[in-house]
Design a protein around this ligand. Structure first.
Ligand code: SF4
Length: 375
């Protein structure tokens, strides 16, 4: 089974922290959707006829598309790919989810919503330059349930300056009260070309210290597990059985095809990424050329990606798989680093599966890089 990602690169306004590819001008919307349909046709053999079990519309803000646009995209997908009862997720902002919009999304086949709530505090939402209020967040959840959506993710952000641990706890309570099936929680990171990045360069914005981010992550882990959410990946929590099929496929090294500007694809041996520019993307596609760069992965790349992604998950890193797939014996190749991590109780090995401990989860990226294979 494989995944299909479609990038919708438009937003109403730029959030101060966001480094994704999007444009706040929607002039090119019709042309871009036409180009997406053309690229789907052009890429129909990328997955070598593997069946698709998840389709993900991300962005940007896919909830800015009309049902006419969405239906057009799904028609082309169904004409060119074999699908099997796919999970079909659409990323949405709360202020786009009107009653009429939700009914239209349901009618075209969206069966999972991923809603960018980020915080339930109006001051924090303003600080982040979000377009919605906390009231919009509550209302859109109610309306989504009324429209029949029974698989909903909400995104939250922690380690935001001004959102202290009490405010975070309050946010978690509010999130739990609206009972989404899935919660993704990300630490605020600062990227150079964002408003926060520019303010940081001028010295008028400071990120929270690492200890604050770690202690807020601990709060999330504790508070969400107490009320029955499984932390199946460092940043992802769900009610039993509601794993995101799409995200899990990334972590399980399944193949996926990314359509649209800035979208990435992976076929097991290489990664390719499309140009992050809407007009150049449309121009190239209409000339029959996919504007992408291809990176052929080395064995060390593939080992390290496997380590990095699987260590973050509840399924852990399978040492036998590493040996079988890459002839890489982690126990021998990186014995010293592994011993140190075991002695510090940051990882455990059970039945040849290497996993992070609760303490290790707070240092996941550093631990993975300590274990990376050399090029
Ligand atoms: S966070 Fe989402 S809504 Fe905000 S600018 Fe980025 S893609 Fe757009």
């Amino acid at each position: 089974m494989a995944g299909l990602y479609i990038h919708i690169p438009f937003c109403k306004q730029a959030c101060h922290y966001c480094d994704f590819h999007f444009s706040t001008s929607q002039n090119l919307k019709d042309d871009l959707v036409n180009a997406l349909c053309m690229e789907i046709e052009m890429q129909k053999n990328y997955l070598e006829r593997e069946t698709i079990d998840s389709i993900y519309l991300g962005g940007g803000t896919p909830s800015l598309l009309s049902s006419h646009h969405l239906q057009g995209l799904f028609d082309v997908v169904n004409k060119n790919f074999i699908t099997n009862n796919p999970e079909v997720t659409l990323e949405a902002n709360p202020d786009d989810l009107t009653k009429e919009n939700l009914a239209a999304l349901k009618a075209v086949g969206i069966n999972r919503l991923s809603i960018g709530i980020q915080s339930f505090d109006d001051e924090i939402l303003k600080f982040l330059n979000r377009t919605h209020s906390s009231n919009d967040a509550f209302l859109c959840l109610e309306r989504a349930r009324e429209a029949g959506f029974d698989n909903i993710n909400i995104d939250l952000i922690y380690a935001i300056p001004g959102q202290d641990s009490d405010l975070l706890k309050n946010n978690i309570k509010k999130a739990v009260a609206i009972a989404p099936e899935h919660i993704s929680a990300y630490s605020l990171t600062i990227e150079e070309r964002t408003v926060f990045g520019k303010q940081m360069k001028k010295g008028i914005f400071a990120i929270e210290p690492e200890e604050v981010a770690a202690s807020q992550m601990e709060i999330l882990m504790n508070d969400l597990s107490t009320v029955g959410y499984d932390q199946y990946e460092i940043s992802n929590f769900c009610k039993p059985g509601f794993y995101s099929r799409h995200n899990s496929s990334y972590w399980q090294q399944k193949k996926y095809l990314g359509i649209g500007p800035s979208a990435h694809s992976y076929n097991g041996l290489s990664r390719q990424s499309n140009i992050s520019n809407n007009s150049l993307y449309v121009k190239s596609i209409t000339q029959g050329k996919i504007p992408c760069q291809v990176e052929v992965l080395t064995t060390a790349n593939r080992i390290n990606e496997y380590l990095f992604t699987t260590l973050r998950t509840v399924w852990g890193c399978d040492l036998k798989y590493l040996l079988k797939q890459f002839s890489y014996d982690l126990l021998k190749e990186n014995q010293q680093a592994l011993d140190t991590l075991l002695n510090h109780e940051l990882v455990v090995i059970t039945n040849d599966i290497l996993m992070l401990t609760q303490k290790g989860k707070l240092l996941a990226d550093k631990i993975a890089s300590d274990l990376f294979a050399a090029e």
